[in-house]
Design a protein around this ligand. Structure first.
Ligand code: SAM
Length: 273
């Protein structure tokens, strides 16, 4: 029995599994992390195509079934646990993430996975279509937001293909899509204080319909300092967060930052999204 609260919409279409594995461009010796292996339809293909598969599954009954099916495969490691709180330092890097994610926790999972930085070579993820669109969204679109900036700051993002609900049992109520993310060697833009950058991005989007100074003020930024920083960064104060490029968020952050902007691209590691 599938457990809907755990986002258990199992893939039943082997053609989609092949397409996911092809999108991941798996090489024989590579390590793959799979979040939510479920009944193992994707796991089996990953085991065939890679060096090691580390799979994290929350559901104890499914873990029992996975151990029975794949326990004898030498390149299979199963972790029974919660992928949202899992310590990813345990996975030997570099690794790929290939997964049909449980949709109810896809956003916190994405932030955790993006936080792994260059420990992850690439990510090929099935997501609800709306989240996939947010990841790839450009400034000016309705979908553009914190998730878009966070993903594109660190990764190249490509919408690979859509997947109809009929490819799952039970069928999800939302559309699905596969997204490929490739972490960049360095963040897309150099910014002096990465923690402040994400505070600015979150604060700017906290009240999407308001102009930037008002949204930032409501999130605790000093109004006079914000006005001066917007001017310094060449950003008109009437603009709203959804119109700003990642470069403009970085310029605004550096203008708000008490210290001089750094130009070497070496950013702090303690990112707080
Ligand atoms: N990979 C399988 C497939 O494609 O058929 C199952 C995908 S299903 C969408 C999501 C899976 O994630 C389920 O097996 C569910 O039990 C598991 N899951 C849900 N929440 C989880 C969590 N917090 N950590 C790890 N696995 C989780």
């Amino acid at each position: 029995m599938a457990r809907p609260p755990l986002g258990q919409n199992f893939l039943i279409d082997k053609n989609i599994v092949r397409k996911i594995v092809r999108a991941a461009q798996l090489q024989p010796g590579e390590t793959v992390l799979e979040v939510g292996p479920g009944r193992g339809i994707l796991t089996e293909a990953l085991l065939d195509a890679s060096g090691l598969v580390v799979a994290i599954e929350l559901d104890a009954a499914l873990c029992g079934r996975l151990r029975e099916t794949f326990g004898a495969r030498p390149n299979f490691r199963l972790i029974q646990g919660d992928a949202v709180t899992f310590d990813y330092a345990q996975v030997p890097s570099p690794f790929l993430v290939v997964a049909n994610l449980p949709y109810y926790v896809s956003t916190p999972l994405l932030f955790r996975l993006l936080d792994q930085g260059r420990r992850v070579d690439r990510l090929v993820l099935m997501l609800q279509e709306e989240v996939a669109a947010r990841l790839a969204a450009a400034p000016g679109s309705r979908e553009y937001g914190v998730l878009s900036v966070a993903a594109q700051f660190r990764c190249d993002v490509r919408l690979a293909f859509k997947v109809p609900a009929s490819c799952f049992r039970p069928s999800p109520k939302v559309g699905s899509a596969v997204v490929a993310l490739t972490p960049l060697a360095r963040p897309r833009v150099a910014v002096g204080d990465e923690r402040l950058f994400f505070r600015v991005v979150r604060g700017s989007f906290a009240h999407r319909r308001k102009a930037l100074p008002n949204s930032l003020r409501d999130e605790g930024f000093d109004a006079a300092k914000t006005a001066a920083a917007l001017e310094k960064a060449g950003i008109a104060p009437r603009r709203r967060a959804e119109t700003l490029s990642i470069e403009e968020f970085a310029a605004l952050t550096d203008a708000l930052s008490p210290g001089p902007p750094r130009s070497d691209g070496n950013v702090r590691k303690d990112v707080l999204y």
